[in-house]
Design a protein around this ligand. Structure first.
Ligand code: ADP
Length: 347
């Protein structure tokens, strides 16, 4: 018998009262009308059942309500009442126990998430300060040297001014990337999705990066003869940015005289875009963290090439905002393949 169920408990109590009554009237007062005694007994136990049940319910519900009020303070009173009534139907104490356990588990997870976010924020701020410090100190150094008489020295004045300007450009590019990532983070940027041809978009991006490719004598090409356009459904401007970031990385970390190849695979309900290079490649141990903000395999090389360390984080953000997937395969000295999916065009 389930004594944690209030109905069973009260029923047992009433049965006990009835048994006691019958024992009393038949053992102590054997004379009299048997039927009347039985009827009085049943009526008495029904009254005991109803009164005890009502009092019991009120007592327990009041206690549970107190507990619930503490844990579900955000819920409206109405919702709270419904919850408690439902709870009462079965095993109120067990149900309250499991609800409190659920609630405490949820709180624990929330606290862990908040702690992680807090640590992430601290690290992020530290990284931002570190990133901005280098170009700023460089600029300061060049300007102070120029002020200290360097301005009159024709051997260094133009060179130092140019270097100061390059550092200012670097700061601007870091700040632009930071601005982009914080806007993506806050969900401030809505995606403007539409159908467009991905082959044509890649051709456009190739065109815009031609000068960068020529500087390193690198070839920008499609894997096969691009005979057929493939239409996808996405935010064209954002996907352009993804392509620019991935293709310019392939150029930056590619080898002199190497190539960057783009390939499309028509899958069941998506299109896979792959950007491959025959560059320096990435060691396996770096791959899981590659898309994190400010994560670089070779810090000095990235800085030398003007990287902010935010390019891949922005790319991942955009692809995931489209509910699509991004990944990378790479082997040192052979090259890397960055791949992401796109939804196929909508009718
Ligand atoms: P960065 O501004 O440093 O290029 P990214 O977020 O774009 O920042 O890339 C992060 C790091 O990933 C780079 O510093 C580089 O070490 C590595 N990386 C990115 N793309 C490639 C690639 N195609 N080949 C080799 N390494 C790459």
């Amino acid at each position: 018998m389930n004594f944690s169920n209030p109905k069973t408990l009260v029923f047992t109590l009433s049965a006990f009262v009835l048994a006691l009554y019958l024992l009393l009237v038949f053992a102590v007062l054997p004379a009299g009308d048997v039927l009347l005694k039985l009827v009085v007994g049943v009526v008495l136990s029904v009254i005991v059942y109803l009164v005890t049940y009502a009092l019991f319910k009120k007592f327990i519900l009041e206690k549970i309500k107190g507990i619930y009020k503490n844990i579900v303070s955000h819920k409206s009173q109405e919702l709270l009442d419904i919850d408690i009534q439902n709870t009462w139907a079965d095993d109120p104490v067990k149900s309250a126990g499991s609800k409190v356990a659920n609630w405490s588990e949820k709180q624990k997870t929330e606290i862990a998430t908040l702690k992680k976010q807090e640590q992430f924020r601290r690290e992020f701020l530290g990284n931002v300060a570190h990133e901005l410090k280098t170009p700023l100190f460089n600029m300061q150094g060049y300007i102070l040297t120029l002020l200290d008489g360097g301005l009159e020295d024709e051997n260094i004045n133009m060179d130092y001014l140019k270097r100061a300007a390059t550092n200012a450009d670097r700061m601007i590019s870091i700040i632009e990337d930071l601005d982009e990532i914080s806007r993506l983070d806050s969900g401030e940027i809505a995606l403007h999705k539409g159908n467009f041809g991905i082959v044509e978009l890649v051709s456009e991006v190739f065109h815009s990066l031609e000068i960068q490719a020529k500087k390193r004598a690198m070839d920008l090409k499609f894997d096969k003869e691009k005979s057929k356009e493939i239409f996808v459904f996405a935010d064209k401007d954002k996907i352009r940015q993804v392509l620019v970031n991935l293709i310019s990385n392939a150029l930056k970390y590619g080898i002199q005289g190497g190539w960057v190849k783009v390939q499309f695979t028509d899958m069941e309900d998506a299109v896979m875009v792959e950007i491959e290079d025959n560059g320096i490649g990435i060691e396996e141990k770096h791959l899981p963290r590659l898309f994190e903000r400010f994560y670089r395999v070779d810090e000095s090389r990235s800085r030398e090439l003007g990287g902010s360390g935010l390019g891949l984080a922005i790319v991942k953000h955009i692809v995931e905002a489209h509910q699509q997937k991004i990944g990378v395969r790479s082997s040192v000295k052979s090259g890397s393949v960055f791949h992401f999916t796109l939804e196929k065009k909508r009718k």
